[in-house]
Design a protein around this ligand. Structure first.
Ligand code: GLV
Length: 309
């Protein structure tokens, strides 16, 4: 058994490799391109797969993705043949995603972006809304969605989730499947997209969906740029159907300088930074994945290729 890590990002050399070397020092851990005999490699860790990977490692059991979203690996012609795909379920990444979502939910709930209008006299025109008066609808109730839901419940929000199958989470109203989508949307003030990107969810944030939300609803997208039809959001913002949006992901990243989102005050953008896998919390997860597979157990994060997550 040998584990191969293939670096891709600048943080790999500074953060990932030293920690992996330390935490996996009792195992045969190798860093590409020093792979030794390719037939030894049974686990492969990384952010990407590369040309030739399809049959480079004849005894590979699993590819451990450093990313939570795995759509780039599914159907990828370079993905190692016969290897299991494991997506990253990192408590550190989840914590960052939850923080990001909460930060914008609070900003939209308390209408910070409307406050400049109220700075003018007369004062005393507003009563602050309390959390229970705002309904937050989470699209996607996987690991990250459920963690957001629990935090929002603890803050007193009305919380509802929409997913493929019903979920039983204390204090969270669960909607499932296509037939319940419209009811879910009609009672959502702040919509948060945390869906996996699949052929079914691609483009789901579109004109049709926007007009099923109450007028002035807010959108937060922390999933993938391809969930959103960007021009539909621009028109929905322009006619006030969508009140405000926070987007961390885009069809083209980095967001081009001349992109229309750059000039719309009610579309708030951040550079795909809501959450990133953090080595200190993720390395123990990766180690457990290997232990689970070695002892014949199904590891957490095993991707169902048919479902796409
Ligand atoms: C980030 O977007 C990830 O997929 O981990």
């Amino acid at each position: 058994m040998a584990i191969l890590f293939r670096p891709f990002l600048p943080i790999d050399k500074t953060h990932w490799i030293p920690l992996l070397q330390q935490e996996l020092k009792d195992l045969d851990f190798r860093v590409w391109p020093n792979i030794g005999d390719p037939a030894d490699i049974t686990y492969y860790m990384g952010w990407e797969v590369f040309e030739g990977d399809i049959d480079a490692y004849p005894n590979l059991h699993a590819f451990l993705s450093l990313r939570a979203g795995v759509e780039r690996f599914i159907g990828n012609p370079n993905f190692p043949r016969n290897a299991k795909l494991i997506r990253m379920i990192d408590p550190g990444l989840t914590e960052s995603m939850v923080e990001y979502v909460i930060s914008y939910v609070m900003r939209f709930h308390r209408e910070h972006d409307k406050m400049p209008e109220y700075l003018e006299p007369p004062w005393g025109r507003l009563l602050p809304k309390r959390a229970g008066a705002t309904s937050v609808g989470l699209m996607g109730m996987g690991h990250i969605g459920q963690s957001c839901a629990q935090k929002l419940v603890s803050l007193g929000f009305h919380v509802q989730g929409w997913s493929q199958s019903k979920k039983n989470i204390d204090g969270v109203k669960s909607f499932a499947g296509h037939s319940e989508l419209d009811t879910f949307l009609s009672s959502t003030d702040i919509l948060v997209c945390i869906l996996p990107l699949t052929p079914q969810t691609s483009g789901i944030l579109n004109k049709d969906l926007f007009y099923k939300l109450p007028k002035g609803a807010a959108i937060i997208n922390v999933a993938r740029g391809k969930h959103l039809i960007e021009e539909d959001l621009v028109s929905a913002i322009q006619d006030g159907q969508i009140g405000v949006a926070a987007l961390d992901v885009f069809r083209k990243e980095p967001l081009p300088k001349d992109h229309p989102f750059q000039n719309i005050d009610l579309i708030l953008t951040t550079p795909h930074i809501a959450g990133i896998t953090s080595p200190d919390t993720a390395v123990p997860v990766m180690r457990k994945t290997i232990t689970d597979i070695e002892s014949g157990h199904l590891p957490d994060g095993l991707v169902d290729i048919e479902k796409g997550y």
